[in-house]
Design a protein around this ligand. Structure first.
Ligand SMILES: C[S@@+](CC[C@H](N)C(=O)[O-])C[C@H]1O[C@@H](n2cnc3c(N)ncnc32)[C@H](O)[C@@H]1O
Length: 326
């Protein structure tokens, strides 16, 4: 059985620059190799989590470099405040600024246009978030059906309490590619007439009722993923951000995105293509932007080595794509 980690604040004290207990970063070296082209540049880590990528970025930045790091999860920001306390103590001179905000806010940072040298997005959830029972990110623990990265969203239980049967089925189909979406949605609506669905155990029971045993684990993972994506509006946030960041990048600045499922990867692929497409193709597809502004480095995505997957099974679905501002 998965060991549940201590969720008290004392956990923060254990953090140190080399501590990957919070989250083992995926494609760490490769991502930062691609990201950093100027050690005195301004960079954004949009999903700082346990700061594994951020630590490597800071290690490679010179004194004139700057890292703006975002995470919706306050605990991730608290953790990084401790992890990077030495760096942060230098106040105004600090090369690191932490924001407990969505990475979409990167689009509205002032005076960054044409100066940004790179954006890193390492999407999905951290191991720490999966380990904290109260967040309800996994069906393996009974907890409140929450699934939010931040309290600014509505919890999953609120979504399941009000959404119509067809809307729930659509969420499960669209964000989870769940073949039993309709049956699960029907059951949710039936059960909630009798008792509100408030826990991960209740949802698990519903899925168990609707799905043959041999498909159960996959369906459970897909249903929880679908609800998490819907609750946190993950795909719209990604799409909107990838449609603004190319215009903020300095020439030669890069976007590096690590995604963990096909829906995310498709959005990254399409956004990169939209801004890199040549004039003839763009006319054919009736796209309105004037000139290609991105150069794509990864026709095929970069994936972790067998060795990395052996050491960190969570890395197995990772796909990394990189583009550069022309
Ligand atoms: C896979 S983890 C990142 C791990 C990190 N690269 C590291 O090395 O520890 C993904 C993180 O993204 C955060 N996140 C998800 N959506 C976000 C958003 N829209 N804005 C900011 N952070 C977000 C999650 O809270 C989580 O901490």
């Amino acid at each position: 059985m998965r060991k549940r980690k201590n969720s008290s604040k004392s956990y923060l004290k254990k953090s140190s620059r080399e501590d990957y207990d919070y989250h083992l970063p995926v494609l760490r070296k490769e991502a930062v190799d691609w990201l950093i082209t100027d050690s005195n540049g301004i960079y954004i880590d949009g999903t700082v989590g346990g700061g594994g990528h951020a630590a490597e970025i800071l290690r490679r930045l010179a004194s004139g470099g700057k890292l703006l790091a975002f995470d919706l999860d306050k605990e991730a920001i608290d953790y990084c405040n401790v992890k990077f306390s030495d760096e942060l103590q230098s106040g105004e001179q600090s090369r690191l600024v932490l924001f407990n905000e969505s990475y979409s806010k990167a689009c509205s940072i002032e005076n960054i246009e044409g100066k940004l040298k790179g954006l890193l997005l390492d999407l999905g959830v951290s191991s720490r978030q999966l380990d904290i029972r109260e967040k309800g990110f996994t069906h393996r623990e009974n907890a409140a059906l929450d699934l939010r990265f931040s309290p600014s969203y509505q919890p999953a239980e609120a979504l399941l309490a009000v959404a119509k049967e067809e809307e729930i089925a659509e969420v499960l189909r669209k964000y989870g590619e769940e073949p039993f979406a309709r049956a699960i949605a029907r059951r949710i609506v039936l059960i909630r007439r009798v008792v509100p669905i408030k826990t991960t155990a209740q949802l698990k029971e519903i899925v168990e009722y609707c799905v043959p045993k041999k498909f159960l684990n996959r369906s459970l993972a897909r249903v929880f993923q679908a609800l998490r994506i819907a609750v946190n509006d993950e795909l719209n946030t990604l799409n909107e951000t990838l449609n603004c960041i190319p215009f903020k990048l300095a020439s030669g600045g890069r976007i590096v995105v690590i995604s963990y499922h096909s829906l995310e990867d498709r959005i990254v692929k399409q956004a990169f293509r939209k801004y890199s497409i040549n004039v003839k193709e763009r006319d054919r597809e009736r796209l309105s932007n004037d000139m290609p502004i991105l150069k794509i480095f990864t026709k095929k995505p970069i994936v972790p080595s067998d060795e990395e997957i052996r050491n960190n099974p969570r890395a197995r679905s990772a796909k990394m794509r990189v583009a550069e501002r022309i």
